[in-house]
Structure formats: structure tokens, C-alpha cells
Design a protein around this ligand. Structure first.
Ligand code: OAD
Length: 257
């Protein structure tokens, strides 16, 4: 279904079709993945230089991995947290923050845990995979706040359990309210904009099909075709930081009449 000719993010026709659909949309959902943060210096997971090509997900992103070496897992997330804090939102994040201010009902569903959408200015955000700045007890589930004792390594909850990052690990369910909200809004959106995700991690990867079945217009921005590309209406090839500002400018032009 994707327009195979639209291989360049500047391709005017693809940008026009996508921008028109967004400008006409009463309810819009944006789904983002690691690709949007790559230009901020945060690695993706499955590109050649991606996280899961260097590290083992079973060791670092599973309950079993945490139990067998809590310090290793804790320190790895603290390093990722430091990198996320040092990173700055890029022009792709900023364009999506601008888009939120232009459209009537808008929801940004992200698989990212890096806070860059919030820091760029988006307010209607659902974090499907958690957030690197939040923590909870591995045993009792109680949310936890950072304090001075945390410099010493994996901290403990008042119940004695280890504190873990509030990030979804492999084999774990997604947070129910966030998942429900994402599905509900995707089912009734007019346009779904998908940015920088490989579309292979479920259930987030189901959202484009949900939108497709409900008759929404699907737009994808990615440097390469993904598992989602065959069902989108417009595929805009290129870096998010390059494609999104032009797309959002065009939405503004359509809205200005
Ligand atoms: P992936 O690493 O699987 O995919 C990143 C996507 O971004 C790929 O399709 C790339 O082609 C694309 N990409 C790379 N650079 C880009 C750029 N500058 N602009 C636009 N697109 C670009 O990352 P996700 O799809 O986000 O889960 O991965 C999904 C989940 O798998 C993550 O949330 C994480 C991981 O395991 C958890 O941590 C729970």
C-alpha cells in the first residue's frame, strides 16, 4: 500500500499527502520508537550499532537477568539514564511537539523511555515501555524515589526487596492503562504517524494494524522500510530529524489555508 516512489523525505508529493491527512485529522496518534532519538545520540536497539547487537537482552532486560546479577542490570540502566539526561531533544522531537499544538486531539504513544518527547514539549504522551527516570520495588511493586543512598548500587525498598527500573522487560506485560489508552485512541484516530520503529515488538507493533482496520490514514517515517511499511499509505524515507520538520511545516501551511 505504501507509495514505493516516496523514498526521499523531501519528496513533495508524499509530504503533501501526509500533511493534508494530518491537517484534516480530528484525532491523531503518533507512535514513536528508538529511531527518533538516534539523532540525539541515543542508540536504537536493532540497527547495526544497536543495543541488542552489543548486549544480551536476557541478561539486561529480563526478570531472570536482574535476579542473577542485580548490580550489573542496575548499573547498565544508570548508564543509560546518564546518557538520556545528557541528550537533547532533536528537530524530530521538536516537530512532534509543534504538531501537538496544531491538531485538535493528539496522542503521542512512545516505546522510548528517554523522556525526550516530554523535554521537547509534548504533553499528551503515553509511555508504553516505562521511563528510565522511574523505579519500583521488584518485590512489592511500590514506586520508589531516588535518594542519597542510591549511589551505593542497587537500592532496597522498605520491604527489603530490590529496587528496579520501571521499564518493561522481556516477558513482562505492558502497563495496562497505557496499553488500553493506546489501543482505544488508535482505534478511533483518523491518522496514525509512525516514526522510527522496526515494528517487531508486540503489542506496540499491533497498533498500525489496529489503525488500518479502523480506516485511518497511515504515515511512516523511517530511514529504511520496516515491518509496518507494507500497510502504510505514505512512507517517507529519511531521518526523523530531517523529515518531520518539513512535514509539520506543510501541515501548518494546509491549516493556514
Ligand atoms: P528498533 O531498534 O527495533 O528500531 C529502530 C528503527 O528506527 C528502525 O526501523 C530503524 O530503521 C529506524 N531508524 C534509525 N534511525 C532513524 C532515524 N534517524 N530516523 C528515523 N528512523 C530511524 O527500535 P524500536 O522499534 O523502538 O523495548 O524497538 C522496540 C522495542 O524493542 C524498544 O522499546 C525496546 C526494544 O527491546 C524495551 O526496552 C521494552
Amino acid at each position: 500500500m505504501a507509495d514505493e516512489n516516496v523514498r526521499d523525505g523531501n519528496a513533495a508529493e508524499g509530504i503533501d499527502r501526509a500533511a493534508r491527512a494530518l491537517a484534516l485529522s480530528s484525532r491523531t496518534v503518533v507512535l514513536t520508537g528508538a529511531g527518533i532519538s538516534k539523532e540525539s545520540g541515543i542508540p536504537t536497539f536493532r540497527d547495526l550499532d544497536g543495543i541488542w547487537t552489543k548486549y544480551r537482552a536476557e541478561e539486561l532486560a529480563s526478570r531472570e537477568g536482574f535476579l542473577s546479577n542485580p548490580a550489573l542490570v542496575w548499573n547498565w540502566y544508570m548508564e543509560r539514564r546518564t546518557a538520556a539526561r545528557a541528550a537533547q531533544p532533536n528537530s524530530g522531537h521538536r516537530a512532534l511537539a509543534r504538531l501537538e499544538t496544531l491538531l485538535p486531539v493528539f496522542l503521542l504513544v512512545t516505546q522510548n523511555v528517554d523522556n525526550l518527547h516530554l523535554r521537547a514539549g509534548n504533553r499528551e504522551i503515553v509511555e508504553l515501555h516505562g521511563n528510565i527516570e522511574r523505579y519500583r520495588c521488584f518485590e512489592c511493586g511500590k514506586p520508589s524515589r531516588e535518594d542519597d543512598s542510591w549511589s551505593k548500587g542497587p537500592p532496597r525498598c522498605a520491604c527489603g526487596g530490590l529496587i528496579r527500573p520501571n521499564i518493561v522487560w522481556f516477558g513482562e506485560p505492558l502497563p495496562a492503562a497505557e496499553l488500553e489508552c493506546s489501543y482505544r485512541e488508535t482505534q478511533r484516530c483518523d491518522a496514525l504517524l509512525i516514526v522510527g520503529t522496526s515494528g517487531i515488538v508486540h503489542p506496540a507493533a499491533m497498533l498500525p494494524s489496529v489503525a488500518r482496520q479502523s480506516g485511518a490514514f497511515l504515515i511512516e517515517v523511517n530511514v529504511d522500510p520496516s515491518g509496518i511499511t507494507p500497510i502504510v499509505d505514505v512512507f517517507l524515507a529519511g531521518k526523523a530529524g530531517k523529515v518531520l520538520p518539513g512535514l509539520v511545516r506543510r501541515v501548518e501551511e494546509f491549516l493556514a489555508g
